[in-house]
Design a protein around this ligand. Structure first.
Ligand SMILES: [Zn+2]
Length: 466
């Protein structure tokens, strides 16, 4: 099966040019000047006149079907990856969470059971480590063998996910030896827990107190602590969902010193702010996620952080919960609101607004959504670029078409979107996964469960030096 994409404007992280793409089977076979393949016999021709062609986007931070104590995230691997595909994302890396007292292998198997045969785009897993007593460091080696080369640690949520500094250090030390990359959720969970208990005791139970009890400075403190421990362990480190100037500046300062530290932010921290918590009634529960929305000054600092390449990746932390029946679990107590926002479908269009408004160069945008994630997470050059031999994961993007983001038209299985009513210009019209068209005119047209599990390579620092 050969497919030819003609007349498009091809964009990678390092070049953009008019060109034609020849696809043979699941791979890009060749890329050349317009018309170069005109004499070839092909099965399908897609005309991309007036469109951009981006590498399929990679979202390295999703939580499909995430189990919380009282409920489960509303997107499973089928609905969530269909929504991702419609938004131009062809690969996700989701978090398989170790339950305390269980092994890492249990966690990986549990997530395979959720995803295998259901995901419609390619997928990999990170392992979230919560309990080294139940899974000694050598269990991390088995994960690397299974293609899971990234280890997530949370410094927040004491009693469930939070790990102490000893665990952080031990995981960093082992990870450095076996070619892993440690990802940290940076927040001082102990002090936050005190603030939360004090707020509840004082009768402050409205959703806005979620944000007030998780101040930005405690994210900065934890980010710095993680960076210090990583430096001591001589380990590379990736800080997830940087939401504020405090944490951004610790990452930037570490990088100036030459430390192997990278960071991501998410569209919610670029576009939404803490004014959403001032909404009357329970409406602001729609914006309860961790870290919470910060100030407009933090939004601006993060845009600047992207421009200066202090942060390398934009992911989503997609963790959707319906407002009705799920967010409402915390109607009388903000601590019972499931934490998380939907977002996997809208990352590409939201970040493209950064291009349209002059904040990001086009190639840099591609780097943030596809190339840098592929390089940092052991998928490059199979994913994250458009070149001979790479998977033919491609987005045909119409920069002229406008769209209004709305729960009424989204594919995410959730009853709201935090971006309701926002107008964007530039949408993924068609999406190819390994050579097959899975989205046409913005709608999913692929089959069931066509996503493949991705065994990822170990961490390579050279790749990240662009
Ligand atoms: Zn997350």
């Amino acid at each position: 099966m050969r497919t030819l994409i003609t007349n498009g404007h091809i964009v990678t992280a390092i070049a953009d040019y008019e060109g034609d793409i020849l696809i043979d089977g699941e791979k890009v076979a060749a890329v050349s000047v317009p018309g170069a393949f005109a004499s070839l016999q092909v099965d399908t021709v897609l005309d991309a006149q007036g469109k951009y062609i981006f590498p399929g986007a990679i979202d390295v931070h999703t939580h499909m079907e995430l189990p919380l104590p009282a409920t489960v995230a509303s997107d499973d691997f089928e609905t969530g990856t269909i929504a991702a595909a419609c938004g131009g994302t062809t690969t996700i890396i989701d978090f398989a969470n170790q339950q305390r007292g269980h092994t890492l292998a249990d966690a990986l198997q549990t997530w395979h059971n959720k995803a295998d045969g259901k995901a419609v785009i390619d997928y990999g897993f990170h392992i979230t480590i919560t309990d080294l007593a139940a899974a000694p460091e050598t269990a991390m080696d088995d994960m690397v063998t299974a293609g899971v080369t990234t280890f997530k640690l949370l410094m927040a949520y004491p009693g469930t996910f939070m790990v102490d500094d000893e665990t952080i250090y031990r995981v960093l030390r082992r990870s450095a030896k076996i070619g892993g990359l440690v990802m940290v959720h940076a927040e001082n969970g102990i002090v936050i827990d005190l603030l939360v208990r004090e707020a509840v005791a004082a009768g402050h139970t409205a959703p806005g107190f979620h944000a007030l009890t998780r101040p930005a400075i405690l994210e900065g403190e934890a980010a710095q602590r993680a960076i210090t421990l990583a430096a001591f362990a001589d380990a590379p480190l990736y800080i997830v969902h940087v939401s504020c100037a405090h944490a951004l500046h610790t990452v930037a300062a570490a990088r100036v010193k030459g430390l192997p530290v990278w960071g991501e932010t998410c569209p919610q921290y670029l576009y939404l702010n803490d004014s959403h918590y001032a909404s009357p009634g329970f409406e602001s529960a729609k914006f309860v996620c961790t870290p919470p929305m910060r100030s407009i000054a933090d939004n601006e600092a993060l845009w600047l952080g992207l421009q200066r390449r202090e942060l390398q990746v934009v992911s989503t932390d997609h963790a959707p919960f319906h407002f009705a029946g799920q967010k409402e679990l915390g109607l009388h107590d903000f601590t019972k609101i499931p934490n998380g926002l939907p977002g996997v479908e809208h990352r590409v269009v939201l970040l493209y607004e950064g291009v349209r408004t002059g904040k990001l160069a086009l190639q840099h945008f591609v780097d943030l959504i596809a190339t840098a994630p592929a390089k940092l997470f052991g998928l490059y050059p199979r994913k994250g670029t458009i070149a001979p031999g790479s998977d033919a994961d491609l987005v045909i993007f119409n920069p002229e078409r406008k769209m209004t983001i709305s729960a009424a038209t989204q594919h995410q299985h959730v009853d709201y979107t935090p971006y309701e009513g926002m107008q964007v210009q530039g949408i993924p019209e068609a999406v190819l996964l390994r050579g097959g068209v899975i989205v046409r005119d913005g709608e999913y047209v692929g089959g069931k469960g066509g996503g493949q599990y991705l065994r990822r390579a170990t961490f390579s620092e050279e790749l990240t030096e662009v």
